[in-house]
Design a protein around this ligand. Sequence first.
Ligand code: PLP
Length: 419
Amino acid sequence: SQLPGIDDDDDIFPSLPPLLDGHPDIHLRNGIMNASVLAAKHDPDAEKAFFVGDLSQVYRQHLRWQACLPDIRPFYAVKCNPDPYVLRLLAALGAGFDCASNGEISQVLALGVDPSRVIYANPCKATSFVREAGRVGVDMMTFDNADELHKIARAHPNAQLVVRILTDDTKSLCALGVKFGAPLATVPGLLAKAKELNLNVVGVSFHVGSGCYDPSVLLDVGGGFEDALFEQTAANLTEAIAFYFPDRSGFKIIAEPGRFYVATAFRLAANIIARRAPLTEAHRDDAPPSDKPSVMYYINDGVYGAFNCILFDHQTARPYVLSMADSFHIADSEPLTISSVWGPTCDSIDCVCLATPLPSALRVGDWLGFDNMGAYTSCAASQFNVFEVSKVVYTTGGGFGASEVRSALARFAAEGHGL
Ligand code: PLP
C-alpha cells in the first residue's frame, strides 16, 4: 500500500521524509537508534533534534470535531502549523483553511484546494495582498476597520466580507483583542461604509464563548479550541448557538481551529549537547538549595526554534527522558535532580525549562522528549545563530485511524492533488 512519492523505508532519520506505519514511540526510538548509528560514523546528522508527527492523531481530532460540532465546518488555521502533510490530510478530509497571508494562501491552493474553501482571516492586509487574493479567487476575508474597506473596494470589490468584532478574550492564552476586532459600537458605522462602497458583507466573526447579534449568512466562531476542554467547549458553543440563533435555516457556521488539530500530534526529540553546573552554585561551597537547579543541560532546539512557543504562545515545556546511555529502559528508581534545560543559541533568554526534575545520571548524548509540540512551534522558528529548524518524521501511528489516513492521502493524490 505504498503512496506515490512516499517512501515506506524503515530508515526514518529526519533527513528522509517517509510516512510510516507504527506507533509514534517506535519512531522516536528508531530515530534515536538511527542517530546512534550515524554518531558512530561521525555523521553530523546524528545529534539533530527531530519531530515525530502522527497524522492519525490529526485524523482522530477531526473525528472528534465532527462528532461534537457536526454543524460547524472547520477552517484549519494554517498559521498554527503549515506542515505539508497536515495540510494535505485536512484537505483530503474536506476541511476549509483559515489563511493569514498570501504565502499561506499559495500553499493551500497549490494542493489543489478550491479557493472557496479559504477564508483570508486577517483583518489588516496590505493592499497588494488583497489584490492577489482576488486574482487567485479567494473572496472570503475579514475586516475590522474602515481603511480596510477602502482597500478592498479598490483591490477586490467582489470580496465576501466578514466583520470581525471585538469580544472578551481575557481568559485566552493569547489575547488578540489588543490588536484585532471592531468594538460593537463601531460595527453599524462599518456596515454603513461597506454599503456606501458597494461591498458585500456576508458574516460576522468572533471568538468562542461570547457574542449576541444577528448575522445574515455566515457566522465564524474563530479558533482557540483547547484539547483538554474540547468536549465542554463544543457543548457550550452548541448550546449558545441554539439559544441565540433558534432559526438557523440559510446560514452557515464556520470555525478556525488551529491548535486543536495539531498540538497533540507532534512530539520533539532533542539531544543533550552539553552539560554544566550553574555558575552561582559552582562558586559556592555549600550544596545548592534543593529547589534550585544543580545542573544545566543544553539541548539542540530552543526558544529561537521549536520552543518559541514558550515566548509567543505562553507554553510550558515539560521534558522527559527518551533514552539514557543508549538505553530506553529508564528505571523508576533513578535518582532525580532539579535541572534547567537550555537551547543551543548564545542568548541567555534561550531557556527551555528553568527548573525540572531529571535523572542525575543524564549525560551528553542522551535524548529528551517533549509532547504536545504541534502548535505554534516550528512555524514560528527562526534560524538565529544559523541553527536549522528541526525536521519532521511522519507516522500514521499505531492506533486507530492509520489506514483511514493512508487511504485519504492516497485518494487525494489519485485525484491529482498534491504539493
Ligand atoms: N483564527 C484567528 C483569526 C487567529 O488569529 C488564530 C490564532 O491566532 C486562530 C484562528 C487559531 O487559534 P487556535 O490555534 O488557538 O485555535
